[in-house]
Design a protein around this ligand. Structure first.
Ligand code: ZN
Length: 297
């Protein structure tokens, strides 16, 4: 029997579920709002139960917002540990899905699984060390180092790095509930909305908001480039739908690095170095399917 996988992209605002094996074989995609853990996870379970009536699933992968416990040896493996999202802390996400559907369930961070999909099918094919950063409701980063998904202590939390905050230029205090003016607190969508008093998607492309946004993202990327030496950086998420940000971020990264790193990828070919996801908005759910396929073998 052919294998068939389920994928859940669990974002802070939306859940996306789908069934399939790869970008050319993806079906029955559905999308619904993230509300309470019980109601939202139940909707996902119902979706897969309907699918399972026609075809049995081999395994399910979940790419989740977090922090989540991705260590298979931990008793809390598959749990959302704590979350700025009310009610979601200490949720046994993978366990609830496993109990209801009786198939193997694997969980990793939303950004790590998106990176996995880009590695297999998208903008990171052929690389062994790269970063996937999402800029949306929050800022999250993951990726692959030497061919392996990033894990370690818990998993990277690249949105919560600190970047210089010039209080004269930007008196906004930042809105991360844990750190106020970390990168996420200054540059995720809620920060844009609070600083400028309107939803970021309604700000015109030539608004000064985007210069400041590109400035913070470039400072963050500078830290990540100098720390992890990625061969490419993929920038996804709702805020990066503002495509005018890409040229601004690229230029500012070059300015901040100040020709210190002699890599041609950065000096002469930065348009191919800082890129949108090759799989577009499907990277997350495809990554969850890739995680299921890779983990069950
Ligand atoms: Zn923070």
């Amino acid at each position: 029997m052919d294998k068939l996988y389920g994928g859940i992209e669990a974002g802070g605002t939306w859940f996306v579920c789908a069934v399939g094996t790869d970008p050319d074989n993806l079906s029955a995609e559905t999308r619904f709002r993230t509300t309470t853990p019980l109601a939202t996870i139940k909707k996902a379970i119902n979706f897969f139960q309907k699918q399972a009536r026609s075809e049995a699933l081999t395994a399910i992968g979940i790419g989740s917002f977090g922090p989540v416990d991705i260590n298979p040896a931990s008793p809390k493996h598959g749990h959302i540990i704590i979350s700025p999202k009310p009610g979601w802390g200490n949720t046994d996400f993978a366990g609830m899905v496993r109990k209801a559907l009786k198939v193997p369930v694997f969980l990793n961070t939303d950004v790590n699984v998106a990176a996995l999909a880009e590695y297999r099918w998208g903008a990171a094919q052929g690389l062994d060390t790269f970063i996937y950063l999402t800029v949306g409701t929050g800022i999250g980063g993951g990726g692959i180092v030497n061919g392996q998904l990033m894990g370690g202590l818990i998993h990277p939390e690249m949105g919560h790095i600190r970047v210089p905050h010039d209080w004269n230029r930007d008196p906004f205090t930042g809105c991360c509930p844990f750190h106020e003016d970390c990168l996420e607190g200054l540059a995720a969508a809620p920060a844009l909305a609070q600083r400028w008093g309107q939803p970021p998607e309604t700000l015109p492309a030539d608004h000064q908001a985007w210069q400041l946004e590109a400035h913070y993202l470039a400072l963050g990327l500078n830290n990540l480039i100098c720390t992890l030496s990625p061969q490419r950086i993929i920038l996804g998420g709702g805020v990066m739908q503002q495509s005018q940000l890409f040229p601004m971020v690229r230029k500012m990264v070059q300015q901040i690095l100040n020709e210190y790193l002699p890599a041609p990828e950065i000096v002469t070919d930065i348009d191919s170095y800082i890129v949108p996801p090759g799989l577009g908005r499907r990277a997350g759910v495809l990554g969850a399917i890739a995680l299921a396929a890779e983990s069950e073998q």
